[in-house]
Ligand binder design. Sequence first.
Ligand SMILES: [Zn+2]
Length: 298
Amino acid sequence: MSRFCGKAVAATTVACIWICAAGADSGARVSWIPEEPEQGDALVVDVRLDKETSSLGGRFIDRDLIFFPWGEGAWRAFAPIPVGARVGDRELVVEIELENGTKKRSSETVRVKAHDFDESHLSVDPKFIQPPDEERERIRRERRMIREAFSESADERLWRYPFVRSAEGRRTGRFGTRRLFNGELRSRHMGLDLDGSPGDPILAMSDGRVVLVHHLYYAGKAVFIDHGHEMFTVYFHLQDFEVEVGDEVSAGQRIGTIGATGRVTGPHLHLGVRLQGRYVNPESFLELDIGPDPKARR
Ligand SMILES: [Zn+2]
């Protein structure tokens, strides 16, 4: 159960479900967006409270819900649905502790639908299929570096809604696509590819802090941003960097330019969104409709 405090201003209208048949006296309603999420989506969990609460927590598909305030008496959390999540009914648990010490537990059923992931065949430089021996140590070192970058996140919400599309170009690669490189290496595409020409600007998807800027073997020149509450965005294959580790960035700020570094077939931006250790579909953020953000622009 995570503690919280503070007041915010706006509220949003969503279809609501009372927290449990006999528990309506808790004055809490739980709902979620989208109503029937798909594999790889970020689920938005909404809790509306009429009474003072001392703590609020919950769980969905093996992850604790991290709630943040969203208007008067309203709380939200993002829950990552794995690409390989079992399809069907999944339990969403919300636990509330009222100021008088009364505890309420809500159990709802969220139907997770199958996402129709496509398949693509790509040709890349063979060194990205079978890395030369002298690069193995570099790749191992970079894996550790990436793990480290994801290991700490601000314990407050740094991001702001709406999210900014990081490049103007059309979508050239969908999230979750099964890929076959040079007819042999199978992998899953854990981001969204956006078309562009070398030198085109890349914008931060939201406010956050830069936690890694490095030329990686597979991802090429890459920028990693922490948005707080274990939400990160990653930007791969850049031509040039325009930020450094430790920089505070705001939504829409330039962080670099489109390039073709790393394992690519041509210039583009690979945008990844990682939530509590799971990559989710960036389009489920860019298309999200959750009303005005009560957090004032800094
Ligand atoms: Zn990509």
